[in-house]
Design a binder for this molecule. Structure first.
Ligand code: FAD
Length: 474
């Protein structure tokens, strides 16, 4: 049988893997490879938390391949010459891969495909991670969508259930070609071991993704519509890192949800599928507006008067020491687990962009380095949405009040108590705004800042004044 390279990227799974399946269907012995080339990511080389996850996910993929008679071979970039060398050394007829949609990667992969085909080799790419690739849905004017609701309406109208495919039971292997380097040589895992706590909560790899989905279907899916905004509960799927690394296909998530659909579950399932729709929308926007990874989608905001960079305040935000309990809880959850609840993400992002008036990129870069689910499409959409600079964004003047947010979404203060233990003994409602209850705070939370680094009302007023100045100017 002839050989072909199957080039794994953010599709670290064997089931529902169109590139692997196509290589097998075409009768090739798949030589499974991964190429480490962070400097080809257009300035968004994966952050430290992503690398820690990827290390484990690659190990899991290799173990899954070995169980089936194959293995994963690891190499360093630059990608094109590495592929060319491997094609020769393995006597392979071509390369199969699943597409990625980050602007720099799309450009690189297009060039790779063109070059390999010009050399008479096969270069075949597939959709391995989206329900709708970014160019498949268009407005009536044949342009990209910029508002979620019509995008999602069009998506639902076009949606056809996709079949799921189990992992191949056996995969042939060849001794041809180089073995590649050992996983440790890629140096993806943190030498300081700050990630040790992460793995109590997370299990990277395809099996871990399936377990997370099962746990969700048996648990948090029931009542998802009501609970998904509550950071104090396990009210969501926590599938985001698994989806980002392609350890599970979104169409499998939907198939499993549809399998348990009943009249009583319909609202929860529809709400969850709609959230997957935001992931689709994020990729749609990233493809059509590639500059938005570091520029405002709405150019009006190019003239916005962000405050001067303030390393002291930014550091307090990063380390969860702002003196605003719900903000500190979110930032500490992120630091300790590599993940943060969506509601908390919105609150901390709003606090940084509005109350501290720091540029959204300051926050996006920190999330990029610390989130295990850091994803260029979702992160860019999330930050520009909260900052008010993006597509279908929350308007800039709608400033989240972190105290009200805590009262509403963490009513017992359990989320705050969990991540900010200095506040655990403080009764509700003092837990939401300890500076308003100085005597209680001095007694029950003596080690927590006595007031926030920025007065909430003043921060809000300054943000709104800057916004008014922008509207007058434009
Ligand atoms: P669930 O509620 O179970 O949703 C299921 C899946 O739908 C998620 O796994 C995710 O893939 C997708 N999804 C849900 N909400 C959103 C959303 N608002 N936007 C896009 N996709 C969504 N998500 C990332 O995956 N990576 C990021 O880097 C990222 N950065 C963000 C930054 C900010 C400032 C904000 C406000 C949101 C960000 N999000 C990001 C979106 C969202 O917070 C996470 O996807 C969600 O918290 C993941 O938890 P879950 O898997 O339990 O979600």
């Amino acid at each position: 049988m002839p050989n072909a390279l199957v080039w794994f990227r953010n599709d670290l799974r064997l089931a529902d893997n169109p590139a692997l399946q196509a290589a097998l269907d075409d009768g090739y012995v798949p030589i499974c490879i991964y190429i480490h080339a962070p400097d080809e990511e257009g300035g968004w080389a994966p952050g430290a938390a992503s690398d820690a996850w990827r290390h484990r996910s690659l190990a899991a993929l290799d173990a899954d391949l070995r169980q089936r008679g194959s293995r994963l071979r690891l190499f360093f970039g630059p990608t094109l010459p590495t592929l060319q060398t491997l094609l020769m050394a393995c006597d392979a007829e071509g390369v199969f891969w699943n597409r990625r949609y980050e602007p720099a990667i799309e450009k690189r992969d297009t060039a790779i495909k063109k070059t390999l085909r010009a050399q008479g080799l096969r270069a075949e790419s597939f959709n391995g991670s989206l329900l709708f690739e970014p160019w498949t849905l268009q407005t009536r004017e044949r342009g990209p969508y910029q508002v979620f609701a019509p995008f999602w309406r069009a998506a639902l109208a076009a949606w056809r259930p996709q079949a799921v495919h189990d992992a191949p039971k056996r995969i042939e292997e060849t001794e041809e070609g180089p073995d590649g380097v050992a996983l440790d040589v890629l140096k993806l895992f943190p030498s300081q071991r700050w990630d040790e706590n992460f793995w109590r909560q997370w299990s990277p790899g395809e099996a871990g993704a399936r377990e997370a989905l099962e746990a969700f279907v048996d648990g948090a899916l029931h009542g998802y519509r009501e609970q998904r905004d509550r950071p104090d509960r396990i009210g969501t799927s926590r599938l985001s890192p698994h989806l980002h690394f392609g350890e599970i296909a979104p169409w499998r998530v939907i198939a499993v949800l549809e399998d348990v659909r009943s009249a009583g579950m319909a609202a929860d399932i529809d709400t969850c599928i709609r959230q997957l729709g935001w992931r689709e929308f994020a990729h749609h926007l990233l493809h059509h507006f590639p500059d938005t990874v570091d520029r405002n989608l709405n150019p009006r905001f190019d003239k916005f008067d962000w405050a001067r960079r303030n390393p002291r305040q930014t550091e307090a935000w990063r380390s969860g020491a702002t003196g605003v309990p719900i903000v500190d809880a979110g930032m500490r959850e992120l630091w300790q687990t590599g993940w943060m609840h969506n509601r908390a993400r919105m609150v901390v992002a709003s606090y940084l962009c509005k109350h501290l008036r720091q540029h959204w990129l300051e926050g996006a870069r920190w999330f990029w380095d610390t989130l295990v689910d850091a994803d260029l499409a979702d992160n860019t959409l999330g930050w520009q949405w909260v900052a008010g600079t993006g597509a279908d964004a929350s308007p800039y003047f709608r400033v989240f009040n972190p105290v009200v947010q805590a009262e509403k979404f963490d009513p017992d203060g359990a989320y705050i108590a969990k991540w900010v233990p200095e506040l655990a003994a403080l009764p509700v409602p003092a837990k939401f705004a300890p500076w308003l209850h100085p005597h209680l705070a001095a007694t029950y939370a003596p080690h927590y800042p006595s007031k926030p680094i920025v007065d909430l009302a003043k921060g809000r007023d300054a943000a709104l004044a800057a916004y008014r100045a922008l509207t007058l100017r434009s």
